[in-house]
Design a protein around this ligand. Sequence first.
Ligand SMILES: [Zn+2]
Length: 352
Amino acid sequence: MALRFGNVSSTLDLAARGKRTGFFGIAHSDNRLAFSTIQSPLAVISNGDGPTVLVCGGNHGDEYEGQIIARRLYETLSPDALSGRLILAPALNMPAVQDANRVSPLDGGNLNRSFLGAGFMGPTQDIAGFIATHLIPKADLAVDIHSGGRQTNYVDTAYFCLSADVVQNQQTHELAQVMGLPYTMVVPAGDASGDFDSAAHAAGCAMISCELGGEGKVTRLALERGWHAVLRLLAHQGVLTPAAKDRLGIAPAPETTFLDLGDDVVYLTAQSYGMIEPLVGLGDEVAVGQPVALLRDMYNMDLPPQVFTSPRTGVVSIQKTSPMVTPGDHICVLCPMLSTAQLATQMAKAAP
Ligand SMILES: [Zn+2]
Protein backbone atom coordinates (compact mmCIF):
# COMPACT_ATOMS: atom_id res chain seq x y z
CA MET A 1 0.00 0.00 0.00
CA ALA A 2 1.37 3.37 -0.98
CA LEU A 3 2.40 5.80 1.71
CA ARG A 4 0.83 9.15 1.01
CA PHE A 5 0.65 12.65 2.44
CA GLY A 6 -0.77 15.45 0.34
CA ASN A 7 0.87 15.25 -3.08
CA VAL A 8 3.79 13.12 -1.83
CA SER A 9 3.70 9.34 -2.03
CA SER A 10 5.91 6.27 -2.03
CA THR A 11 5.37 2.63 -2.92
CA LEU A 12 8.65 1.45 -1.35
CA ASP A 13 8.02 -1.39 1.09
CA LEU A 14 9.70 -0.25 4.30
CA ALA A 15 8.53 -3.28 6.28
CA ALA A 16 9.95 -6.28 4.42
CA ARG A 17 13.43 -7.58 5.18
CA GLY A 18 16.23 -7.06 2.68
CA LYS A 19 17.77 -4.11 0.90
CA ARG A 20 16.07 -2.01 -1.71
CA THR A 21 15.65 1.51 -2.99
CA GLY A 22 12.75 3.45 -4.32
CA PHE A 23 11.71 7.02 -3.90
CA PHE A 24 9.04 9.26 -2.58
CA GLY A 25 7.51 11.21 -5.41
CA ILE A 26 6.38 14.80 -5.25
CA ALA A 27 3.57 15.49 -7.69
CA HIS A 28 3.79 19.11 -8.67
CA SER A 29 2.45 20.85 -11.72
CA ASP A 30 3.86 24.06 -13.12
CA ASN A 31 5.20 25.25 -16.47
CA ARG A 32 8.33 23.10 -16.25
CA LEU A 33 6.88 20.11 -14.39
CA ALA A 34 3.47 19.66 -15.97
CA PHE A 35 3.83 15.95 -16.64
CA SER A 36 6.31 14.50 -14.15
CA THR A 37 6.96 13.61 -10.55
CA ILE A 38 9.99 14.86 -8.62
CA GLN A 39 11.65 11.74 -7.22
CA SER A 40 13.54 11.79 -3.94
CA PRO A 41 15.49 8.56 -3.24
CA LEU A 42 14.40 6.47 -0.30
CA ALA A 43 16.12 3.25 0.74
CA VAL A 44 15.75 0.59 3.38
CA ILE A 45 18.09 -2.08 4.71
CA SER A 46 16.44 -4.44 7.15
CA ASN A 47 17.34 -7.66 8.90
CA GLY A 48 16.15 -9.32 12.08
CA ASP A 49 14.52 -7.73 15.05
CA GLY A 50 16.00 -4.54 16.31
CA PRO A 51 15.64 -0.79 16.32
CA THR A 52 15.02 1.41 13.30
CA VAL A 53 17.31 4.32 12.53
CA LEU A 54 16.34 6.99 10.01
CA VAL A 55 19.29 8.85 8.45
CA CYS A 56 18.53 11.94 6.37
CA GLY A 57 20.40 14.49 4.27
CA GLY A 58 19.39 17.22 1.86
CA ASN A 59 16.91 18.87 4.21
CA HIS A 60 18.49 22.01 2.79
CA GLY A 61 19.50 21.62 -0.84
CA ASP A 62 22.98 23.20 -0.68
CA GLU A 63 24.27 20.97 2.14
CA TYR A 64 26.06 17.91 0.86
CA GLU A 65 27.67 15.88 3.64
CA GLY A 66 24.39 14.28 4.72
CA GLN A 67 23.50 13.49 1.13
CA ILE A 68 26.80 11.66 0.73
CA ILE A 69 26.72 9.88 4.10
CA ALA A 70 23.19 8.51 3.60
CA ARG A 71 24.14 7.20 0.15
CA ARG A 72 27.42 5.78 1.43
CA LEU A 73 25.55 3.85 4.14
CA TYR A 74 23.45 2.20 1.45
CA GLU A 75 26.57 1.24 -0.52
CA THR A 76 28.45 -0.02 2.56
CA LEU A 77 25.89 -2.00 4.52
CA SER A 78 24.23 -5.27 3.56
CA PRO A 79 21.28 -6.70 5.48
CA ASP A 80 23.51 -9.18 7.32
CA ALA A 81 25.37 -6.23 8.87
CA LEU A 82 22.20 -5.19 10.66
CA SER A 83 20.03 -6.35 13.48
CA GLY A 84 17.26 -3.91 12.87
CA ARG A 85 16.42 -1.49 10.12
CA LEU A 86 18.00 1.49 8.45
CA ILE A 87 15.84 3.92 6.47
CA LEU A 88 17.86 6.29 4.30
CA ALA A 89 16.57 9.53 2.78
CA PRO A 90 19.54 11.38 1.26
CA ALA A 91 17.64 14.23 -0.40
CA LEU A 92 14.71 15.22 1.79
CA ASN A 93 13.91 18.39 -0.09
CA MET A 94 14.73 17.21 -3.62
CA PRO A 95 13.45 20.37 -5.37
CA ALA A 96 15.97 22.37 -3.29
CA VAL A 97 18.68 19.75 -3.93
CA GLN A 98 18.07 19.91 -7.68
CA ASP A 99 18.35 23.68 -7.45
CA ALA A 100 21.48 23.47 -5.23
CA ASN A 101 19.81 25.97 -2.94
CA ARG A 102 18.74 26.12 0.68
CA VAL A 103 14.99 26.26 0.09
CA SER A 104 12.59 24.95 -2.52
CA PRO A 105 12.44 26.86 -5.81
CA LEU A 106 8.84 25.65 -6.18
CA ASP A 107 7.29 27.45 -3.24
CA GLY A 108 10.19 29.11 -1.37
CA GLY A 109 9.63 26.60 1.43
CA ASN A 110 12.33 25.96 4.03
CA LEU A 111 11.74 22.31 4.88
CA ASN A 112 13.34 22.69 8.29
CA ARG A 113 10.75 25.31 9.24
CA SER A 114 7.81 23.38 7.76
CA PHE A 115 7.23 20.47 10.14
CA LEU A 116 4.79 18.93 10.90
CA GLY A 117 3.61 19.83 7.42
CA ALA A 118 0.13 20.36 6.02
CA GLY A 119 -1.40 18.38 3.16
CA PHE A 120 -1.91 20.07 -0.21
CA MET A 121 -0.36 23.32 1.05
CA GLY A 122 2.57 23.25 -1.39
CA PRO A 123 5.43 20.82 -2.05
CA THR A 124 7.50 21.70 1.03
CA GLN A 125 4.58 21.33 3.44
CA ASP A 126 3.69 18.05 1.74
CA ILE A 127 7.25 16.71 2.09
CA ALA A 128 7.38 17.72 5.77
CA GLY A 129 4.06 15.98 6.35
CA PHE A 130 5.24 12.85 4.55
CA ILE A 131 8.37 12.65 6.72
CA ALA A 132 6.46 13.39 9.93
CA THR A 133 3.68 10.93 9.11
CA HIS A 134 5.45 8.03 7.43
CA LEU A 135 9.17 8.11 8.30
CA ILE A 136 9.68 9.57 11.79
CA PRO A 137 7.04 7.36 13.49
CA LYS A 138 8.80 4.24 12.17
CA ALA A 139 12.13 5.27 13.71
CA ASP A 140 13.56 4.75 17.18
CA LEU A 141 16.30 7.23 16.30
CA ALA A 142 16.35 9.92 13.62
CA VAL A 143 19.55 11.57 12.40
CA ASP A 144 19.31 14.71 10.24
CA ILE A 145 22.64 15.83 8.79
CA HIS A 146 23.11 19.49 7.89
CA SER A 147 25.96 21.80 7.07
CA GLY A 148 26.22 25.55 6.66
CA GLY A 149 25.12 25.61 3.03
CA ARG A 150 26.47 28.24 0.67
CA GLN A 151 25.85 31.15 3.02
CA THR A 152 27.60 30.02 6.21
CA ASN A 153 30.35 27.82 7.58
CA TYR A 154 30.02 25.93 10.87
CA VAL A 155 32.43 24.20 13.16
CA ASP A 156 31.69 20.49 12.98
CA THR A 157 29.03 20.23 15.63
CA ALA A 158 26.16 18.14 16.87
CA TYR A 159 22.91 20.01 17.49
CA PHE A 160 21.49 19.27 20.92
CA CYS A 161 17.95 20.68 20.73
CA LEU A 162 16.59 20.79 24.25
CA SER A 163 12.97 19.85 24.81
CA ALA A 164 10.66 20.06 27.81
CA ASP A 165 11.12 16.33 28.37
CA VAL A 166 13.83 15.40 30.85
CA VAL A 167 14.31 11.88 29.46
CA GLN A 168 14.54 13.17 25.90
CA ASN A 169 17.22 15.66 26.97
CA GLN A 170 19.27 12.94 28.66
CA GLN A 171 18.90 10.84 25.51
CA THR A 172 20.03 13.66 23.19
CA HIS A 173 22.91 14.49 25.55
CA GLU A 174 24.09 10.89 25.28
CA LEU A 175 23.67 10.85 21.48
CA ALA A 176 25.78 14.00 21.15
CA GLN A 177 28.54 12.36 23.17
CA VAL A 178 28.29 9.21 21.05
CA MET A 179 28.67 11.26 17.87
CA GLY A 180 31.93 12.66 19.20
CA LEU A 181 32.03 15.69 16.88
CA PRO A 182 34.40 18.42 18.06
CA TYR A 183 31.49 20.55 19.32
CA THR A 184 27.88 20.20 20.40
CA MET A 185 25.71 23.31 20.22
CA VAL A 186 22.99 23.38 22.85
CA VAL A 187 19.79 24.94 21.53
CA PRO A 188 17.13 26.15 23.99
CA ALA A 189 13.76 24.39 23.99
CA GLY A 190 11.27 26.10 21.71
CA ASP A 191 13.96 27.82 19.62
CA ALA A 192 13.56 25.36 16.80
CA SER A 193 9.84 25.29 16.09
CA GLY A 194 8.95 23.67 12.78
CA ASP A 195 12.21 21.82 12.43
CA PHE A 196 12.94 18.12 12.11
CA ASP A 197 14.21 17.90 15.69
CA SER A 198 11.00 19.21 17.23
CA ALA A 199 8.92 16.97 14.94
CA ALA A 200 10.86 13.92 16.10
CA HIS A 201 10.65 14.96 19.74
CA ALA A 202 6.89 15.46 19.39
CA ALA A 203 6.65 11.90 18.06
CA GLY A 204 8.70 10.55 20.97
CA CYS A 205 11.55 9.59 18.64
CA ALA A 206 15.17 10.01 19.76
CA MET A 207 16.73 12.66 17.58
CA ILE A 208 20.11 14.20 16.87
CA SER A 209 21.11 16.57 14.10
CA CYS A 210 24.44 18.08 13.20
CA GLU A 211 26.22 20.72 11.16
CA LEU A 212 29.29 19.71 9.17
CA GLY A 213 31.22 22.61 7.67
CA GLY A 214 29.48 24.53 4.92
CA GLU A 215 30.14 27.15 2.25
CA GLY A 216 28.38 24.91 -0.27
CA LYS A 217 31.32 22.55 -0.52
CA VAL A 218 32.40 19.24 0.98
CA THR A 219 35.62 18.87 2.94
CA ARG A 220 37.18 15.49 3.57
CA LEU A 221 37.58 16.20 7.29
CA ALA A 222 33.97 17.22 7.93
CA LEU A 223 32.67 14.33 5.82
CA GLU A 224 34.75 11.72 7.66
CA ARG A 225 33.86 13.17 11.04
CA GLY A 226 30.20 12.93 10.10
CA TRP A 227 30.57 9.43 8.72
CA HIS A 228 32.20 8.07 11.86
CA ALA A 229 29.72 9.97 14.06
CA VAL A 230 26.82 8.27 12.25
CA LEU A 231 28.47 4.83 12.43
CA ARG A 232 28.92 5.33 16.18
CA LEU A 233 25.24 6.23 16.47
CA LEU A 234 24.24 3.06 14.60
CA ALA A 235 26.49 0.96 16.81
CA HIS A 236 25.22 2.67 19.96
CA GLN A 237 21.62 2.11 18.91
CA GLY A 238 22.32 -1.61 18.47
CA VAL A 239 21.41 -1.70 14.79
CA LEU A 240 24.83 -2.99 13.66
CA THR A 241 25.84 -6.59 14.34
CA PRO A 242 29.07 -7.13 16.36
CA ALA A 243 30.75 -8.46 13.20
CA ALA A 244 29.78 -5.36 11.25
CA LYS A 245 31.09 -3.11 14.02
CA ASP A 246 34.45 -4.93 13.84
CA ARG A 247 34.57 -4.77 10.07
CA LEU A 248 33.80 -1.05 9.99
CA GLY A 249 36.51 -0.33 12.57
CA ILE A 250 34.42 2.08 14.58
CA ALA A 251 36.71 4.21 16.76
CA PRO A 252 35.69 5.44 20.21
CA ALA A 253 34.07 8.87 20.30
CA PRO A 254 36.41 11.82 20.87
CA GLU A 255 35.23 14.17 23.61
CA THR A 256 32.84 16.89 22.43
CA THR A 257 32.86 20.48 23.71
CA PHE A 258 29.41 21.82 24.54
CA LEU A 259 28.61 25.33 23.28
CA ASP A 260 25.80 27.64 24.30
CA LEU A 261 23.47 28.66 21.48
CA GLY A 262 21.07 30.09 24.07
CA ASP A 263 20.98 33.19 26.26
CA ASP A 264 24.70 33.95 26.19
CA VAL A 265 25.37 33.43 22.49
CA VAL A 266 26.73 36.48 20.64
CA TYR A 267 25.67 37.37 17.11
CA LEU A 268 27.93 40.03 15.62
CA THR A 269 25.68 41.78 13.14
CA ALA A 270 26.42 44.36 10.47
CA GLN A 271 24.48 47.62 10.73
CA SER A 272 25.71 49.05 7.46
CA TYR A 273 26.73 48.00 3.95
CA GLY A 274 30.31 47.02 3.36
CA MET A 275 32.98 44.38 3.19
CA ILE A 276 34.16 42.24 6.08
CA GLU A 277 37.74 41.39 6.88
CA PRO A 278 37.71 38.51 9.38
CA LEU A 279 40.35 38.75 12.10
CA VAL A 280 39.65 35.29 13.53
CA GLY A 281 38.98 31.87 12.09
CA LEU A 282 36.30 29.28 12.62
CA GLY A 283 36.90 27.40 15.87
CA ASP A 284 39.12 30.12 17.37
CA GLU A 285 38.57 30.94 21.02
CA VAL A 286 38.19 34.69 21.47
CA ALA A 287 38.62 36.78 24.60
CA VAL A 288 36.56 39.71 25.91
CA GLY A 289 37.35 42.81 23.87
CA GLN A 290 39.24 40.92 21.18
CA PRO A 291 38.80 42.38 17.68
CA VAL A 292 36.96 39.81 15.58
CA ALA A 293 36.22 41.54 12.27
CA LEU A 294 36.61 44.81 10.41
CA LEU A 295 33.80 46.30 8.32
CA ARG A 296 34.87 48.73 5.61
CA ASP A 297 32.76 51.09 3.59
CA MET A 298 32.89 50.13 -0.07
CA TYR A 299 33.31 53.65 -1.47
CA ASN A 300 34.87 56.04 1.04
CA MET A 301 38.47 55.05 1.76
CA ASP A 302 38.77 57.92 4.27
CA LEU A 303 36.25 56.23 6.58
CA PRO A 304 38.06 54.13 9.19
CA PRO A 305 36.95 50.50 9.36
CA GLN A 306 34.37 49.62 11.99
CA VAL A 307 35.96 47.22 14.47
CA PHE A 308 33.79 44.43 15.84
CA THR A 309 35.01 43.16 19.20
CA SER A 310 33.86 40.21 21.22
CA PRO A 311 31.80 41.20 24.28
CA ARG A 312 32.64 37.90 25.95
CA THR A 313 34.79 34.80 25.68
CA GLY A 314 33.59 32.20 23.25
CA VAL A 315 34.30 30.03 20.25
CA VAL A 316 33.87 31.34 16.70
CA SER A 317 31.21 28.80 15.78
CA ILE A 318 29.54 30.09 12.63
CA GLN A 319 30.88 32.49 10.01
CA LYS A 320 29.20 34.12 7.05
CA THR A 321 30.69 32.87 3.80
CA SER A 322 30.65 36.05 1.73
CA PRO A 323 32.49 39.10 3.06
CA MET A 324 29.83 41.37 1.52
CA VAL A 325 27.25 42.46 4.09
CA THR A 326 24.08 44.49 4.28
CA PRO A 327 22.46 45.80 7.51
CA GLY A 328 21.19 42.88 9.58
CA ASP A 329 23.63 40.30 8.23
CA HIS A 330 25.28 38.20 10.91
CA ILE A 331 29.03 38.27 10.43
CA CYS A 332 29.74 35.49 12.87
CA VAL A 333 28.38 33.73 15.93
CA LEU A 334 30.41 33.40 19.13
CA CYS A 335 29.27 30.59 21.40
CA PRO A 336 30.44 30.43 25.02
CA MET A 337 31.69 27.03 26.12
CA LEU A 338 29.46 25.25 28.63
CA SER A 339 30.91 23.48 31.63
CA THR A 340 29.29 20.26 32.78
CA ALA A 341 27.54 22.21 35.55
CA GLN A 342 26.32 24.92 33.16
CA LEU A 343 24.99 22.28 30.76
CA ALA A 344 23.15 20.56 33.63
CA THR A 345 21.60 23.92 34.55
CA GLN A 346 20.42 24.47 30.97
CA MET A 347 18.94 20.96 30.82
CA ALA A 348 17.15 21.53 34.15
CA LYS A 349 15.83 24.90 32.93
CA ALA A 350 14.41 23.31 29.77
CA ALA A 351 12.75 20.43 31.63
CA PRO A 352 12.17 21.50 35.23
ZN1 LIG B 1 20.58 22.80 6.99
